[in-house]
Design a protein around this ligand. Structure first.
Ligand code: FES
Length: 105
């Protein structure tokens, strides 16, 4: 079973392959921020620290929302805030292997 761990915490959850990242954590008592749960609002964003290859490819809606988030982060925090960060929307990404993530406020 894949493990999803949360950076800088002692939290690590065994999840089922094919589960949606947000749902897998929520079902195990770890609630990420959320809104629409359909890939449009960006509230469930996370930075993938490791295991990005173990998540499904983002669809068009998720890609568009991530681009908008990156523009917002650049505007509010400067270009360096997003350099090297791999963002995903937890309500869209399906798990196929181990992942370590960090929620982004
Ligand atoms: S909860 Fe809105 S994009 Fe995930």
């Amino acid at each position: 079973m894949p493990t999803v761990s949360i950076l800088d915490t002692d939290k690590a959850f065994e999840v089922k392959e094919g589960e949606i990242l947000y749902d897998s954590l929520n079902d195990r008592g770890y609630e990420l921020p959320h809104g629409c749960l359909s890939g449009s609002c960006g509230a469930c964003r996370v930075e993938i620290i490791s295991g990005k290859e173990n998540l499904s490819q983002p669809g068009v809606v998720e890609k568009n929302t991530i681009e908008a988030l990156q523009d917002e982060f650049k505007k509010n925090h400067g270009e360096s805030f997003i350099v090297g960060k791999h963002l995903r929307l937890s309500c869209r990404a399906r798990i196929s292997g181990d992942v370590c993530l960090k929620p982004i406020k």
